[in-house]
Design a protein around this ligand. Structure first.
Ligand code: 1HN
Length: 348
């Protein structure tokens, strides 16, 4: 930045153009390098769960519309965002409740953390939500949540709201009733698109995966099968991305979603990339070294690695980590970069 002498022609020029809604580029203070103001942060489940259970008695899902704690990055105060481009929250629903049906133009996903018996209905198809399941609610699909079990269910929500806000393109509507009447059989999307088959008349055109759920039993089995023979990536262990079965791409045009396995004793090498990433610990425990912070993690903790912040992971027990980032959007836009110690074709 160049700061002119206060009583100079250059300073007078700066002041005079202010009334024209213009500023000299040579005085700009914005960063022109990688990274964001977001900071490494952990939300420990042992701290969050009791507060979520407290909220159950203080506000109904209907009053709240969604009973959610936003996970706000302390480097982004007032935004409600976990990174500059992603929103995450922890949602709790109690038995018998309905979180009323609505739709919005932003894409949402859920990762089920704790409890049995909850379901969501997406465009008339009911989807059971079990721990470890990854559930999709693509933009502009009607969705309501319900709970037939007997203890609270907690899940992680993630949305691309910051993209919608940035573009000024968020729309939302309430459904005429609290809940949609199911109009499709359970498992319809899985049969149509998730059985290595697709309808013969299918043409193309949707920006998102047509699947509504990626069930944990299948995901976990695949990870463990690959972990035994290896090889392990030096930073990521076994890391897979959830794929759109129709084109192999990411599940959403904006959000990339991943699952990874770190065997007990794994000590990862330092890695960084331009996609700030939120992690949820599914199983196991270990340590995340993120920038200048060190966090011990346990099951269901959420931690965030901001864009371009070096980090490495180590596993005290066999770990499964779910994660999501804006890599899908960054790759399409030509922004995405990484520093990978193996310098190999980790993506092939
Ligand atoms: C939303 O629709 C849900 O449907 C959860 O469960 C969190 C945060 C912002 C905007 C919409 C849900 C949300 C949300």
């Amino acid at each position: 930045m160049t700061t002119p002498q206060p009583d100079s022609d250059l300073a007078r020029l700066s002041r005079d153009i202010q009334s024209l809604n213009a500023r000299p580029l040579w005085e700009r203070t914005q960063r022109m390098g990688p990274g964001t103001p977001a900071v490494p942060t952990i939300w420990r489940y042992r701290d969050m769960r009791p507060q979520l259970l407290r909220a159950i008695d203080l506000i109904t899902a209907k009053e709240a519309e969604r009973r959610v704690f936003m996970l706000e990055n302390p480097g982004l105060p007032g935004t409600g965002y976990i990174t500059t481009s992603l929103y995450c929250g922890l949602q709790v629903i109690k038995p018998g409740e309905i979180a009323p049906a609505h739709r919005h133009s932003t894409n949402a996903l859920r990762f089920i953390i704790d409890g049995e018996g909850a379901y969501t209905t997406v465009e008339g198809e009911r989807v059971a939500m079990r721990p470890g399941d990854f559930v999709l609610t693509p933009g502009w699909t009607w969705h309501d949540h319900g709970h037939l079990g007997d203890a609270p269910v907690i899940w992680l929500d993630a949305l691309d709201n910051p993209f919608g806000q940035f573009f000024g393109a968020i729309f939302r509507e309430n459904y005429p009733d609290d809940a949609q009447a199911p109009s499709l059989a359970e498992g319809d999307a899985a049969a149509r698109y998730g059985a290595n088959l697709m309808p013969v008349e299918y043409r193309t055109g949707r920006p998102s995966s047509p699947l509504l759920v990626y069930p944990y039993n299948r995901t976990r089995e695949a990870l463990l099968r690959l972990a035994r023979p290896g090889p392990l990536h030096p930073s990521h262990g076994i890391k897979m991305r959830y794929a759109n079965p129709l084109d192999g791409g990411y599940v959403y045009p904006t959000i990339a979603v991943f699952i990874q396995y770190l065997p007990q004793g794994f000590s990862g090498q330092t890695y960084r990339s331009t996609d700030g990433t939120a992690f949820n610990v599914v199983e196991g425990s270990g340590t995340a070294h993120i920038g200048d912070r060190t966090f011990d993690f346990e099951p269901h903790d959420v931690f965030v690695v901001p864009a371009w912040t070096p980090y490495h992971l180590s596993a005290a027990k066999d770990c499964v980590l779910f994660s999501l980032s804006d890599r899908a959007a960054q790759e399409k836009l030509g922004f995405w970069r990484e520093e990978d110690p193996s310098n190999s074709a980790a993506r092939s």
